[in-house]
Ligand binder design. Structure first.
Ligand code: ADP
Ligand code: ZN
Length: 517
């Protein structure tokens, strides 16, 4: 058997392993149970394909993406590797050929769609053919609370027990809860050897901006990148349609994509995007897994993603060829409110909801970061980094000011109205506006009335947004989105802690009074 470096060169045509690949290949080849977390485009497939060639017998690869499986099988066959796939996309002849090769002991890699595991015959067949290892791609699909959940993935644990062979699981999703679920459901709770590598994508420029006319902001961003392939992620289906219309009117080639479309129309968009240069797809998160276009030059978020992982995965679709790629993520108080409500109204159990709030907080922390975004982002994934020189905050350092007094006034307005109001009314109180609502509730009588006149309404809106970003206040859905204080706010209110706020978003708010609350 040739060594791994020789196979790497002769079969896969690569001169060297990428960062992280070699250790994983060694562990998998040695028959260890492995959980490898690598970013999309990091080169996961090699980490099970190469060991499959080094080991006796057949490696079964479970993957949810039929098109991707077929691509990999084709590429392996072209490289002279005996690989086959059993999926619903097969012709009867193809299936027949795979079975024959298996029975004859000729196959090294057998790709299977998870739903194949449901058929009773599959288990018997796999027992017979001498499976030496199971590789699971997109292992986070086993997580019931993720949006890629595949019920058939729950059968993989059963398969591992029945065959009693090592299992190597791969995913790009790095959060702790999902990892824990993978360990429970694929490895019966006994921790595999874990690898977490290479989350940095240095070619991707990172940037966040507060919403300030989001449609105009996206159009400006796209206009500066005319003719380049890009994705705009939106929070709602409706917005994908109107925004793609807007982009077309501005002279771009653009189309929309969301889960409410016919499967065939979605496929048309996927194919066009893969083949055409310079197409913009305006999409919900339904446009995601399995997009394998290497030269996506930019990704913009018209709305805040739901978590730091979602953000990372979505921007990670840009620049997979290693070429320059740019991103822009817009965020505003409405997004934060919407995301909180979605978490609270979801079906997840309480501890999972807390974790989801935590991951949203991590993203908000990134949005409101005061220095290098990459440092903050990689820090979340457990990697340390220096200032990257390739994000908006490295380009232009954030200008901060001591926001303690402003925040204290806002918190005091919240407390003196007993946490029953949203930012619009609270700002009226701070500004001393005698609106009908203020007068009806006698809020012109409270101590906080009119104490915030040093800021304008848009500036107060920016302050409230940053307070949400720092998780000092949260909208309570039982109170129609009224802002309530969190534990984190208490030291500031008591004068035991201070807080810095970004001046740039406050300034911008002054210049453009059209900010929407
Ligand atoms: P993913 O981690 O998303 O499954 P892939 O396995 O599809 O990523 O790999 C992404 C790209 O990187 C592919 O084009 C693959 O050929 C390439 N690649 C993987 N390993 C290496 C390597 N050691 N050297 C050069 N290119 C590599
Ligand atoms: Zn940076």
């Amino acid at each position: 058997m040739p060594d791994s470096a020789t196979l790497l060169r002769d079969v896969f045509g690569f001169d060297a392993f990428r960062d992280g690949q070699e250790e994983i290949v060694q562990a998998v080849t040695a028959g260890e149970n492995v959980l490898a977390i690598m970013p999309t485009g990091g080169g996961k497939s090699l980490c099970f394909q190469l060991p499959a060639l080094m080991r006796e017998g057949v490696t079964v690869v479970i993957s949810p993406l039929i098109a991707l499986m077929r691509d990999q099988v084709r590429a392996l066959q072209e490289a002279g590797v005996a690989a086959g796939a059993l999926t619903s996309g097969n012709t009867p002849e193809e299936t027949e050929a795979v079975w024959d090769a298996l029975e004859a002991g000729r196959l090294k890699l057998l790709y299977m769609a998870p739903e194949r595991l449901a058929a009773g015959s599959a288990m018997g067949m796999l027992r017979r053919i001498g499976v030496s290892m199971i590789a699971v791609d997109e292992a986070h699909c086993v997580s019931q609370w993720g949006h890629d959940f595949r019920p058939d993935y729950l059968r993989i644990g059963e398969l591992r027990r029945a065959l009693d062979v090592p299992l190597a699981a791969f995913t790009a999703t790095a959060d702790a809860e999902t990892q824990e679920e993978i360990v429970q459901k694929l490895f019966d709770g006994s921790p595999p050897r874990a690898f977490l590598r290479g989350f940095d994508r240095p070619n991707i420029h990172l940037a966040f901006t507060a919403k300030d006319g989001p449609r105009r902001q996206i159009l400006e961003f796209a206009a500066a990148r005319k003719g380049q392939s890009g994705i705009v992620y939106c929070g709602t289906r409706n917005k994908t349609e109107t925004l793609s219309q807007g982009l077309r009117e501005a002279g771009h080639t653009a189309c929309y994509y969301h889960g409410g479309m016919e499967a065939e129309d979605r496929r048309t968009v996927e194919t066009r995007f893969a083949r055409e240069d310079g197409l913009i797809v305006v999409a919900t998160v339904a446009f995601g897994m399995g997009i394998d276009k290497p030269d996506i030059r930019w990704v913009a978020h018209a709305d805040l993603p739901k978590s730091i992982e979602a953000y990372y995965q979505e921007i990670g679709r840009a620049g997979r060829d290693g070429g320059p790629a740019e991103t822009l993520t817009l965020f505003g108080p409405d997004d934060i409110r919407l995301r909180r409500t979605q978490i609270d109204e979801g079906l997840a159990p309480a501890d999972r909801r807390d974790a989801d709030h935590g991951r949203l907080n991590a993203l908000l922390g990134l949005a409101e970061a005061l220095e290098c975004r990459r440092k903050t982002l990689l820090g979340y994934f457990g990697e340390t980094a220096e200032k990257c020189g390739h994000c908006d905050l490295c380009d232009t350092p954030a200008d901060v000011f001591d926001g303690t007094m402003a925040v204290r006034k806002a918190l005091s307005a919240i407390l003196r109205t007993e946490e029953w109001f949203g930012s619009g009314h609270l700002i009226d109180i701070l500004l001393g506006n005698e609106t009908d609502k203020v007068l009806a509730r006698r809020h012109d009588q409270i101590q906080t009335f009119g104490v915030g006149k040093e800021y304008t309404r848009p500036q107060w809106q920016a302050i409230f947004r940053q307070m949400m970003g720092h998780d000092l206040v949260r909208p309570d859905r039982e109170r129609h989105g009224a802002l309530r204080m969190t534990e984190a706010a208490k030291p500031i209110l008591r004068g035991e802690a201070g807080i810095e706020l970004r001046r740039d978003s406050i300034r911008k708010a002054t210049r453009r009074p059209a900010v929407k609350a």
